[in-house]
Design a protein around this ligand. Structure first.
Ligand SMILES: [Zn+2]
Length: 201
């Protein structure tokens, strides 16, 4: 076993930071050193911000988003069109769509996708809550914005079945050529999906 170069408190910090996405042991070590060298300017406010987040972060009981309030900031934003619900797999997808300023609508975070192989069924996701939101009325369109994977598409079909009895338009994201993409570099699946989803110019 390699010798420790720092006390257990610092080693623990390195180990925890190394679990963050995009950080391996090496970057975690650099980040830790950066933090401990700037104890007052960085480590203290970061620790305080983390403690606050730990106390305040909760899952929105309406849409499944993560925020420090329930209902979340997005659900409380009355400038949004609440008659359109964008269904996403994960909060990261919600954030990505918000960054793109794609639509000023409401959201519903499923918390994953159906995956028989991994034992994830409808009750493990927030599908029942979505159906309840649609059943409560005032929803004109549900946009199924799940990933273009086999599990994502299985989930989309399941959602369409569950929402079939309601007077609501169900749409999905287009599959096709990415912005700036060159046809020659695309795989056959993407190209044939793009051809099927072609639109009038
Ligand atoms: Zn919410």
């Amino acid at each position: 076993m390699s010798k420790s170069i720092a006390g257990p408190e610092i080693e623990r910090l390195i180990q925890l930071l190394a679990k963050l996405p995009g950080l391996g042991p090496r970057s975690a070590r650099r980040a830790t050193l950066h933090l401990v060298k700037r104890k007052e300017q960085l480590l203290a406010p970061l620790a305080a911000a983390m403690a606050t987040a730990l106390d305040e972060v909760k899952v929105c009981s309406t849409c499944g988003n993560i925020d420090t309030r329930d209902p979340c900031t997005i659900c409380c934003d009355h400038s949004r069109d609440a008659s359109v619900i964008v269904v996403v797999e994960d909060v990261a997808d919600l954030w990505a769509l918000e960054r793109a300023k794609a639509l000023n609508a409401a959201y519903h975070v499923l918390g994953g996708v159906l995956s028989p192989l991994e034992g994830i069924g409808p009750d493990d996701l927030t599908i029942r809550q979505l159906v309840a939101r649609v059943a409560a009325g005032g929803v004109d369109e549900v946009i199924v914005a799940v990933n273009a994977t086999v599990e994502g598409q299985t989930t989309a079909h399941y959602l369409i079945d569950q929402l079939a009895g309601f007077d609501v338009k169900i749409t999905r994201l287009a599959h096709g050529v990415p912005v700036g993409g060159e046809l020659d570099y695309l795989d056959e699946g993407t190209l044939s999906a793009a051809m099927r989803s072609r639109t009038a110019l």
